[in-house]
Design a protein around this ligand. Structure first.
Ligand code: SF4
Ligand code: FES
Length: 249
C-alpha cells in the first residue's frame, strides 16, 4: 500500500491507483471531462490538473493519469491549480462557446467571455467516444485524424463507417452532447459519424428499436441467449419478465 496526502488529508491506496482515484476515496472531487472509470485514462482535457509536490519540488499534472506514490503531496485547489484550470476552461470555452457543460464550468471559475478567438465546435477532443468504441464495444469504428487545429474525431475516410453498430455508447459518454442520435421510423442516424442503419422491429409491440447490425453483433457474441431475446425491444422484455414473476407468485 502507498500513503500520500491530498489537501492535507492522508490517504492509503493500492499501487496502480491514480491521484484522481485516491482523492475520490477520501471524498475530494476533482473536475473531469475526458475521464471514465471504465476506460483507460487519456489526459486530454487537463481539467483535472492538480499540483504535485514531490521531494520539495512542485509541478502541475493531470490527476487522472498521475500514479499515486509514497509520500506525494497533492493540492487540488491551490492558487497554481486555480490559475491553470481557469486558463484551460477559457480555451475550452473559446473552442465551444455554445456548449452548456463548458459554459457552466467556465462560469464556475468566473469566465463568461474568453479572451481568445471564438470557434463554434461542439467536440472538445476528449476521446471518450473513441475509447468506449474500442475498449468496451470492441469495434473501433471511430478515431482521431490530423493534428493541431485540424485534429478531429471521425469515421475512416470520413464516409459511412461499415463497422459502426449504431449502439450509441459514444453518445452516452460524450460530455458535450456533440454526438446526436436520430431514431426515425426504421432508421437510426448518427450524422457526426455519417451513419445510417436499419432498425429491428420488436416481435411483440412492432416498434423499431436497436440497429439490426448491433443485434446481429450481440447475437454472435452471446450464442447461449435465446433468439427471442434479441427480437424483443427492451420495454417488452421488461414486461415479459414482470409477467413471468407475477405468474410464478
Ligand atoms: S465527440 Fe464527444 S466524446 Fe467524442 S471526442 Fe468529441 S467531445 Fe469527446
Ligand atoms: S479528466 Fe484528466 S485530463 Fe481530462
Amino acid at each position: 500500500m502507498i500513503k500520500l496526502t491530498i489537501d492535507d488529508k492522508e490517504v492509503e491506496v493500492r499501487e496502480g491507483t491514480t491521484v484522481l482515484e485516491a482523492a475520490k476515496k477520501i471524498g475530494i472531487e476533482i473536475p473531469t471531462l475526458c475521464y471514465h472509470e471504465a476506460l483507460t485514462p487519456y489526459g486530454a482535457c487537463r481539467i483535472c490538473t492538480v499540483e504535485i509536490i514531490r521531494k520539495g519540488r512542485s509541478g502541475l499534472s493531470t490527476a487522472c493519469t498521475y500514479p499515486a506514490q509514497e509520500g506525494l503531496e497533492v493540492k487540488t485547489s491551490s492558487k497554481k491549480v486555480k490559475k491553470a484550470r481557469k486558463l484551460i476552461l477559457e480555451m475550452l470555452l473559446a473552442r465551444c462557446p455554445n456548449v452548456k457543460k463548458i459554459k457552466d464550468l467556465a462560469r464556475e471559475v468566473g469566465i463568461e467571455k474568453p479572451r481568445f478567438k471564438l470557434d463554434d465546435q461542439e467536440c472538445i477532443l476528449c476521446g471518450l467516444c473513441v475509447r468506449v468504441c474500442e475498449e468496451i464495444v470492441g469495434v473501433s469504428a471511430i478515431g482521431f485524424v490530423s493534428r493541431g487545429t485540424k485534429r478531429e474525431v471521425t469515421t475512416p475516410y470520413k464516409i459511412n463507417s461499415d463497422i459502426c453498430l449504431g449502439c450509441g455508447a459514444c453518445a452516452a459518454l460524450c460530455p458535450t452532447g456533440a454526438i446526436k442520435i436520430e431514431d426515425i421510423e426504421d432508421l437510426r442516424k448518427i450524422p457526426i459519424w455519417h451513419t445510417e442503419l436499419k432498425r429491428k422491429k420488436c416481435r411483440i409491440c412492432g416498434e423499431f428499436f436497436a440497429p439490426e447490425v448491433e443485434i446481429d453483433f450481440l447475437k454472435k457474441k452471446n450464442t447461449q441467449i435465446l433468439e427471442e431475446f434479441f427480437e424483443t425491444c427492451p420495454n417488452c422484455r421488461r414486461k415479459e419478465i414482470g409477467n413471468k414473476i407475477v405468474a410464478s407468485c
